[in-house]
Design a protein around this ligand. Structure first.
Ligand code: IPM
Ligand code: MN
Length: 374
C-alpha cells in the first residue's frame, strides 16, 4: 500500500487546536499503521495573510491539490479583511472548494446519546439527518466578483447550473440509499430546500431536483422553503433524513441545525468532489476562546473520521476504514458515558481531555489479529 498524503491546514483561532486534536486521534486509531498516512502542513488563513500579505499561497494550493485529502482546522479572523471588506482568511476554504470542484458538502446532524439538545423534548435518536450543501455555486459563486457601483449599488449574483445541481442532488439521493431513513418513520427521504416560490434560480433548482428524483423511486421526495425550513428543523427535526440545498441556504441552515444538536462544535463536514476532498468542522475559528485549550474538537475529530472512511473506500484500504469507524464509535462511546463534555455542551472538559478519552477508546485491536484478518 502506498503512503497517502494528507495536506494539513491549521488555520486561525481555535483551528490549530482542533486540528491537532484530530491528528492525535488519527494517530491513536491507526496505532502501528501510522505510515499509511503522511501529513504535510500547508499555510493559509488570516494569520498567514497578516504575515505575508497572501491568504492562500499558490504553493499551499499546489500542496492541497497534490494531496490525497485535506484536513483543515478553521479559518478567518474578524477584522483581517480585504479592502472590499470581506475576510481574507476565508479564501482557503472557498478557493479550495471552487478550484478543486468540491461540490458536495456533506454535513451530518446527529444528537449523540449523552448530549442534550437545546430543543425541549428532543432526545438522542430524534435528530439524525444530513444536510447536503451545494458547495461550488449558488450565491457564493459571486465571491470576489460582486460589483459595487459608485458606492450606491451593490450586487452579487446567484449562479446555478444544470450540471452543478444535478450532481449534488444525485449525491443526496445516493446518500439516502445508504441510510436508515428519517427517525420519525424510518422512511428514506430527500428534502429539497429552496425558495422556488420567489426566484427563478430556485425554481430551476427544484425542477432539476425533480428530474433526478424520478430516477430514485425508492426514495420519498419532500420540499421545504428555506425560511420555513428554519422552523421545521426546530419543531420536527425527526422528519428529516437528507436535505439538499443551494450553497448559501446550506450555510445558514447548517448552523441552525448544529445548535439543535448541542453546539457548533459538534458538527463535522466532508466536502467532496470527484477527485479531491476537504475535511473540516462546520464551525468558524472562534477567536475569543482560542489558545485556552477549551475548544470543542468533536466536529473536527468526526470530520477526520470521515476522511479516513473516504480514503479507505477510495483506496480499498481496510485499515483506514477500520480506523475511521473506530473513531466514530469512540466518540459515541465517550459522549454516551458522559465523559469529556466540553463547556459548549455543558461539561468542563478541555480539548486535551477529549483527545485522551477518544484516543483511549479507539486504539486498534492487536496487530497480530489484524494481520490474520487482512
Ligand atoms: C462554513 C463556513 C464557511 C462558509 C466560511 C468559513 C467561508 O461558514 O463552512 O459553513 O461560509 O461556507
Ligand atoms: Mn457556515
Amino acid at each position: 500500500m502506498k503512503t497517502l498524503e494528507i495536506a494539513v491546514v491549521y488555520g486561525d483561532g481555535i483551528g490549530p487546536e482542533v486540528c491537532q486534536a484530530a491528528l492525535d486521534v488519527i494517530a491513536a486509531a491507526l496505532g502501528p499503521d501510522q505510515a499509511i498516512l503522511r501529513f504535510t502542513e500547508c499555510k493559509a488563513g488570516a494569520e498567514e495573510y497578516r504575515r505575508s500579505g497572501i491568504a492562500y499561497p499558490e504553493e499551499s494550493f499546489a500542496g492541497c491539490r497534490r494531496a490525497d485529502a485535506i484536513l483543515h482546522g478553521a479559518a478567518g479572523l474578524p477584522g483581517v479583511t480585504y479592502p472590499d471588506g470581506t475576510e481574507a482568511g476565508l479564501d482557503f476554504g472557498l478557493l479550495t472548494r471552487f478550484r478543486l470542484d468540491l461540490y458536495a458538502n456533506i454535513r451530518p446532524i446527529r444528537l449523540f446519546p449523552g448530549t442534550a439538545s437545546r430543543l425541549a423534548g428532543k432526545h438522542p435518536g430524534d435528530i439524525d439527518y444530513v444536510i447536503v450543501r451545494e458547495n461550488t455555486e449558488g450565491l457564493y459563486a459571486a465571491r470576489g466578483n460582486g460589483v459595487v457601483l459608485r458606492d450606491e449599488v451593490a450586487t452579487d449574483s446567484l449562479v446555478l447550473t444544470r450540471k452543478g445541481t444535478e450532481r449534488v442532488v444525485r449525491a443526496a439521493f445516493d446518500l439516502a440509499r445508504t441510510r436508515n431513513g428519517a427517525p420519525a418513520d424510518g422512511k428514506r427521504r430527500v428534502t429539497c430546500c429552496d425558495k422556488s416560490n420567489v426566484l427563478r434560480s430556485y425554481a430551476f433548482f427544484r425542477r432539476v431536483f425533480d428530474e433526478v428524483a424520478a430516477r430514485y423511486p425508492d426514495i420519498e421526495v419532500d420540499y421545504a422553503y428555506a425560511d420555513a425550513m428554519t422552523v421545521h428543523l426546530v419543531e420536527r427535526p425527526e422528519h428529516y433524513d437528507v436535505i439538499v440545498t443551494e450553497n448559501m441556504f446550506g450555510d445558514i441552515i447548517s448552523d441552525l441545525a448544529a445548535a439543535t444538536v448541542g453546539s457548533m462544535g459538534m458538527s463535522p463536514s466532508a466536502e467532496i468532489g470527484d477527485r479531491h476532498a476537504l475535511f473540516q468542522a462546520a464551525h468558524g475559528s472562534a477567536p475569543t476562546i482560542a489558545g485556552q485549550g477549551i475548544a470543542n474538537p468533536y466536529g473536527t475529530i468526526l470530520s477526520a473520521a470521515s476522511m479516513l472512511l473516504w480514503l479507505g473506500e477510495r483506496h480499498r484500504n481496510e485499515t483506514l476504514t477500520r480506523a475511521g469507524r473506530a473513531i466514530e464509535r469512540a466518540v459515541a462511546k465517550t459522549l454516551a458515558e458522559g465523559k469529556a463534555l466540553t463547556r459548549d455542551i455543558g461539561g468542563r472538559a478541555s480539548t486535551r481531555d477529549v483527545v485522551d478519552a477518544v484516543s483511549g477508546r479507539c486504539a486498534p485491536t492487536q496487530s497480530v489479529m489484524k494481520n490474520v484478518l487482512s
